[in-house]
Design a binder for this molecule. Structure first.
Ligand code: SDX
Length: 434
């Protein structure tokens, strides 16, 4: 089979005696794709692409990544500019609705989120049922689905109608409350109700750290660091969990079921779970007083992966890692806190960046390598790290679910396969089996 595109608007695929002209799709950033929508009908062939490294699942106008140049833009705005000048809720609006909100739009959005932060009183019984040792990602995914049981209006989502903005606000508001409540359950303290006078991050930190006998008030630097952390995690085009949300949403499953599936996909240590594994790796290196150079040699012998390193798309640097590395350093110095894991992380990065094994494989720190340092400085327990990633990614998942839901030509996602199992054979009754 030969493929000739010659950068034209069609590609010629020769399969056996069949020569097939296929359309070439060109994106606004000049990405080229061969539309193989008629391949099987016209040749009987399908394509096979383990891990989808060469396969586009959709067209999208939400986020653009250039992995070779280390570019990340949300709706055309560079992540560096948003990280410096924007806020998490402003970015959430941008990702979901496509434009930066006007002042009155953002105010309404922020107020609606404050007003919907409470959970239905009956939901506290679910928390009573979880053991204190329940992983907060298990709690988050189940409580997102449970939330829809108390809000049946969230289930019957036909078209994206006038009720959608309120649905979005409820989801973004309640996931933060669910996370804080799950933390209180794990430490055996009474849950603290959200305070509608507080902003999103302040309210979350209040829910996490206010004690029965004392109100926690976060330092402005801590609030800003958390807000920027959430912003940096808000979207990342067709990553594993977002593709899962699209896959589940393609069956017209409701928004909450789709979001809960995203949480489950994100939990994996190769994806969002890497931020927890990375800190646990750094703690192990410190606890066992391991020589970083020897750790790197063990990684090169494939004894384990360097968690927080490598990326399917970024082959130069993950711009979020660059921002988070500086942000974690800044936060620690503003708080006058030393984190013994930071110099270990910095040494690991330096050793890896000068080693051909990593350079040849384009392995650099990704978003999960330094994010844990920021979360530790804020006081978030390591088991909650991936939950923080999920809270940040919620707007991106919602944006992709909405984009797919609004696409009139969207179909249920149902990939094909190449069967490699047993060919047809006769049934042997149990008494005659050797
Ligand atoms: C996220 O997709 C997204 O956009 C995700 C994300 C988002 O915002 O949604 O950016 C968030 O999930 C970031 C990634 C977090 N995961 C980790 O930090 C876990 C460690 N990283 C790896 O497991 C890996 O790099 C992946 C999963 C991130 C990417 O895997 P790929 O693209 O399938 O690459 P691969 O496993 O085929 O690796 C290619 C080579 C292999 O070596 P060889 O077989 O060529 O000898 O690189 C090696 C791998 O062994 N390699 C690593 C490594 N990552 C890849 N070796 C050591 N340590 C690593 N971390």
């Amino acid at each position: 089979m030969t493929v000739d595109t010659a950068m034209s608007d069609t590609s010629t695929i020769q399969v056996g005696d069949t020569s097939l002209e296929l359309p070439v799709v060109v994106g606004t950033e000049n990405e080229h794709a061969i539309d193989i929508g008629t391949l099987r009908a016209k040749t009987g062939y399908i394509t096979l692409d383990s891990g989808y490294g060469n396969t586009g699942s959709c067209k999208s106008s939400i986020t653009y990544i250039d992995g070779e140049k280390g570019i990340l833009r949300y709706r055309g705005y560079p992540i560096e500019v948003l990280a410096e000048h924007s806020t998490f809720l402003e970015v959430a609006w941008l990702l979901i609705y496509g434009e930066l909100p006007k002042a009155d739009e953002l105010k309404r959005f922020e107020d609606e989120i404050k007003n919907h932060a409470m959970l239905h009183q009956d939901m506290r019984h679910h928390f009573e049922g979880f053991p204190a040792t329940a992983h907060p990602m298990a709690v988050l995914s189940s409580m997102i689905n449970a939330t829809s049981c108390y809000h049946p209006e969230m289930l019957e989502m036909g078209a994206i109608d006038e009720s959608f903005p309120s649905l979005v606000a409820k989801l973004i508001a309640k996931v933060a409350t669910i996370a804080a409540f799950s933390h209180k359950k794990s430490v055996g303290e009474p849950q603290r109700y959200p305070d509608p006078s507080l902003g999103y991050c302040d309210n979350f930190l209040h829910g996490m750290f206010s004690r029965p006998y004392g109100r926690y008030t976060a330092e402005p630097e801590v609030v800003r660091a958390l807000d920027q952390f959430l912003m940096l995690h808000a979207d990342h085009e067709q990553n594993c969990s977002t593709s899962t949300v699209r896959m589940v949403g393609s069956s017209q499953a409701n928004l909450f079921a789709s979001m809960a599936s995203g949480v489950c996909a994100l939990w994996g240590p190769l994806h969002g779970g890497a931020n927890q594994r990375c800190i646990e790796m750094l703690k192990m290196i410190r606890r066992e007083k391991l020589d970083v150079k020897k750790v790197v040699e063990r990684v090169k012998r494939k004894e384990f992966k360097l968690m927080g390193f490598g990326h399917r798309v970024y082959k130069s640097s993950d711009p979020r890692a660059t921002i988070l590395k500086q942000a974690s350093d800044d936060l620690l110095s503003k708080l006058g806190v030393d984190d013994p894991l930071l110099p270990i992380a910095q040494e690991l990065e330096a050793v890896a960046r000068s080693d051909d094994y990593f350079l040849e494989r384009n392995l650099y720190p990704n978003v999960d390598f330094y994010s844990g340092i920021t979360l530790r400085a804020i006081g978030i327990p390591v088991e909650m790290f991936t939950v923080m990633f999920a809270i940040g990614r919620m707007p991106g998942w919602i944006a992709h679910w909405k984009e797919q839901h609004e696409n009139p030509s969207a179909r249920i996602s149902r990939p094909r396969q190449v069967y490699t199992g047993a060919t047809e054979r006769d049934y042997t009754p149990i008494g005659q089996r050797a």
